[in-house]
Design a protein around this ligand. Sequence first.
Ligand SMILES: *[C@@H]1O[C@H](CO)[C@@H](O)[C@H](O)[C@H]1NC(C)=O
Length: 255
Amino acid sequence: MVNINGFYLCIVGFAAMVVDINGDLEEPKCLSRFDYDYKMLQKLTNLENTVETLKESLRQSENEMKDLSRKIKASGSVYIRWGRSECQDEAEIIYKGFTAGKKYSDKAGGSDTICLPEDPSWSNFTTGTDGGRGYVYGTEIDISEPSGVFENRVNEQDIPCAACHTKTSSVVMIPGRSHCYTGWHLEYSGYLMTAFHGHHGPHNHVCVDHHPESLHRGEANDNQHILYVAVSKCGSLPCPPYGENKELACVVCSL
Ligand SMILES: *[C@@H]1O[C@H](CO)[C@@H](O)[C@H](O)[C@H]1NC(C)=O
């Protein structure tokens, strides 16, 4: 036995220094209580090392799991369901909100229609009134009633929207169709809407659900961002299959 810093160490035989046939290190031969303590200490150290190794591999597995679940979640696709505050079937809602865009009489501003979340969060803001800004307004539908197309009365109603996530990897909005093509899954169907032909500025087309919901207290005639039903016009567009002043249906399909 050798005494190093008050510890009694076991004399390790030459045989113990080399790995034996079984691949194990031979146990030191202990002759006293201190030898026994030392052996225990060594076992404890080994145990600690094993725990550390296990912890590390657990961490690795956890990271791999996270990565995998992120990849699974990241697959699929996203679309906005205009006119509704919920998604249907397999589609999961990301957020619901208010349909918005430029004011019908503004010369410019965003040409698109956007879905503003109902629970905005702000970075810096000033609420300053300097005029050098673009304006974003809420959306209402203008249509004469009975519309002959929508299921419910929607004139002057402000409409919600929902961002929907489908597990399917492709989504397409098809204007001029009331049904998806074979093999595709219908996310929702509706009517193609855009700006009034006599109003200023650029505007996109959106597919508004055939049964739009109205926002709570959204019936005021605000005339800000306004959506009108889009109809086909004959000429460059062949009629048939299209027709003069026919309301264009639309579908959002996924695969
Ligand atoms: C907010 O404004 C402060 C002061 O100008 C600036 O330091 C900070 O980076 C801004 N934060 C963001 C998110 O823009």
